[in-house]
Design a protein around this ligand. Structure first.
Ligand SMILES: *Cc1c(COP(=O)(O)O)cnc(C)c1O
Length: 388
């Protein structure tokens, strides 16, 4: 039998038609689909500006550049995330500082953030783990008090809501980034976006996406002279080529129209899991806080204490039975590259404890109910083998 992956894309014939239309048009990159996708994202999230880029990591990088994160600065983020959330800080020559997580949501703990603030702190990058929104109000008030920039890493959380506002509205942050990798909520193959309500940041983001170049004459630094014509542009910063194509944006626009359905489907599958696994002896289930509506990017189970030593066997057994289970995530600072930089075990004890006992079960909108049932059946039969 085919392995059921932990996540995958949902592409239909409408998506394919839209991509083909763009392929047959005059613009395959930097055409009308870029602005159209940006506009659609703004409308969906309820925010003023969006800048779409080649991937979520590029989005994080230009967000850090726009926030003027530089050598000598510190940026606080979560250890339980994909490496990109911290790597973007290193790209700027600054230092990622890891604040421990809350046990229930697995999100960065505002109290832990407070303890990590120093004279050098410049920004906070909270990550909405598995699609469950962080304590944004608390994080926002800490940031205001210390004059810090907040960049939400919402790679997991497109479509999630916090206290009635969509993640991406930037109500409690300066910028929010999304990823459109195929395992995320909508896909453009590779792709990402930065959203903001601040015009100053928006203009910087546009520049950093495109080599630091501006064609906006009112922003030119070299005074106009006779020789300057309409060909003229200025490179004012060291930017990058983080552009995304019209082909990808055509797919993104079409995908975004289905996002609410995708999330509804994820919630439906989660409800089935929660019911089927309630009161089991082996593991605890993920929970949703009152103020939050998760977009359920991941369904992560936590083995109870007495089974945590068996995580490896349980994981391998699930894999052998055709479940593409995963572990999200190894604490970032335990990666060899980070150890080489001087980070050590013991830095975030809750994150390390969490990591020892978790398994991600398959969850994606295209999952059939028969596959959901297969996951439940296999997981339960594996549980039965571990009597204690
Ligand atoms: C996927 C992901 C990213 C990076 O996105 P890419 O599009 O793969 O570059 C960043 N942060 C988190 C938490 C992610 O899951």
């Amino acid at each position: 039998m085919k392995t059921i992956p932990y996540g995958r894309q949902f592409i239909d014939s409408t998506d394919i038609k839209e991509v083909l239309k763009t392929l047959k048009s005059n613009w395959i990159t930097q055409g009308p689909k870029i602005n159209e996708f940006e506009g659609a994202l703004c409308k969906y999230a309820g925010v003023k500006y969006a800048v779409v880029v080649s991937n979520g990591t590029a989005a994080l990088h230009i967000a850090c550049l726009a926030a003027e994160i530089k050598r000598g600065d510190e940026v606080i983020t979560s250890p339980i995330t994909f490496v990109a959330s911290a790597n973007c800080v290193l790209y700027c020559g600054a230092k990622p500082v890891f604040a421990d997580i809350q046990e229930d949501t697995v999100n960065i703990d505002p109290e832990a953030i407070k303890r990590k603030i120093s004279q050098k702190t410049k920004a906070i990058i909270p990550v909405h783990f598995a699609g469950h929104p962080c304590e944004l109000k608390e994080i926002h008030s800490i940031a205001k008090k210390h004059n810090l920039t907040v960049i939400e890493d919402a790679a997991h959380a497109l479509g999630a809501e916090y206290k009635g506002s969509k993640i991406g509205s930037c109500k409690y942050s300066d910028m929010t980034i999304f990823s459109f990798h195929p395992v995320k909520h909508i896909t453009t193959g590779e792709g990402g976006a930065v959203l903001t309500n601040r015009k100053d940041l928006y203009e910087k983001l546009l520049m950093f996406r495109n080599h630091g170049i501006t064609k906006n004459s009112s922003a030119f630094r070299i005074p106009h002279s006779a020789f300057v014509g309409s060909w003229y542009y200025e490179m004012q910063e060291l930017g990058f080529n983080y552009r995304i194509t019209d082909i990808q944006c055509a797919l993104g626009i079409s995908q975004l129209k289905k996002l609410d359905k995708f999330i509804e489907r994820r919630r439906e599958i989660v409800r089935i899991y929660q019911k089927a696994f309630s009161n089991n002896r082996l593991f605890n289930l993920p929970a949703e806080k009152k103020h939050a509506e998760s977009s359920w990017h991941l369904y992560v189970i936590k083995l109870k204490d007495k089974y945590r030593n068996e995580r490896k066997q349980i994981f391998e057994r699930l894999r052998n039975k055709g479940l593409g289970v995963q572990v999200h995530y190894i604490p970032v600072y335990l990666q060899p590259y980070y150890i080489k930089l001087g980070y050590r075990k013991g830095l975030c004890p809750k994150a390390e404890e969490y990591y020892k006992g978790v398994i991600t079960l398959p969850l994606y909108p295209k999952m059939s109910i028969s596959n959901v049932k297969r996951v439940i059946h296999i997981t339960k039969s594996v549980i039965r083998k571990f009597k204690k």
